[in-house]
Design a protein around this ligand. Structure first.
Ligand code: F6R
Length: 238
């Protein structure tokens, strides 16, 4: 696992954007794994700017997102579908993008469909990840199995209460999610994890101890042959 520490969040976003420019230059039809959350927002803003300036071309690329609440309407402002369209997908010329369908009637068939689509596309070339304070990746919470494909999972009580502020009283807040499993993520040819902010320093420290803590999902990165973690100083030093 390669570790890169940069001064600021902006530096992390710039370095990550450079990786995307390089990736699409080398393989225009790349399959990109994408994440939501606050961490990649600066990267997505930068990619949109670079795209508008003609510096990157997504026209042959395809994306698969990591996760989605279940059930949730695609046009709900808290859906990851809505997030991705607003921050990136509607603003670039990407050929095709796929997000687990929070509106699917049958979650299990949706997971199978999703995995089959990823496999048919040839697997993910570059998978972008954030990390939770407890080491979660996607909705893979502590002690999850390391070999799963996409699956339906219950949200932890802490995730439900952390997210409750985003849902109004009229909303039925989702208590489940569809997420790529660690096995699916691990099969990506390259993984790029971004860790930013002082709040992530304790989990970053754990990750870089280099031990496989089975209760920290992100530790699977230590086993991956082509994983890069870019941190800002706040996350690296605390
Ligand atoms: C994103 C995701 C989550 C986040 C993680 C960190 O699709 O599934 O695992 O990557 O919760 O979130 P932020 O970036 O908001 O700290």
């Amino acid at each position: 696992m390669k570790k890169v520490v940069l001064d600021t969040y902006e530096d992390v976003c710039k370095a990550a954007a450079d990786i995307y420019i390089e990736q699409l230059k080398n393989k225009p039809n790349s399959i990109l794994g994408l994440a939501t959350g606050s961490t990649p927002i600066g990267l997505y803003e930068r990619l949109v700017r670079i795209y508008n300036d003609g510096g990157i071309n997504f026209s042959k690329a395809r994306s698969f997102n990591l996760d989605e609440y279940y059930p949730i309407k695609k046009n709900h402002p808290q859906s990851y579908d809505y997030f991705m369209r607003g921050h990136l997908l509607d603003k670039i010329n990407i050929l095709q993008s796929d997000i687990p369908n929070g509106e699917a009637d049958d979650a299990i068939s949706e997971c199978k469909r999703y995995d089959a689509q990823i496999n048919a596309a040839g697997g993910i070339d570059l998978m972008l990840l954030g990390i939770g304070h407890n080491g979660h990746v996607g909705f893979n919470e502590p002690s999850v199995s390391y070999n799963m494909g996409t699956y339906l999972t219950g949200l932890t009580d802490s995730s439900i209460s952390a997210n409750s502020r985003f849902f109004t009283e009229d909303d039925v807040q989702p208590t489940k999610a569809l997420t790529m499993g660690l096995g699916e993520i691990f099969r990506s040819k390259a993984i790029l994890m971004l860790i930013c902010g002082k709040g992530k320093a304790p989990i970053a420290k754990k990750l870089f101890e280099g031990k496989i803590h089975t209760d920290i999902p992100a530790c699977f990165l230590l086993l991956h042959p082509n994983a890069t973690v870019i941190l800002d100083k706040a996350a690296a030093l605390g």
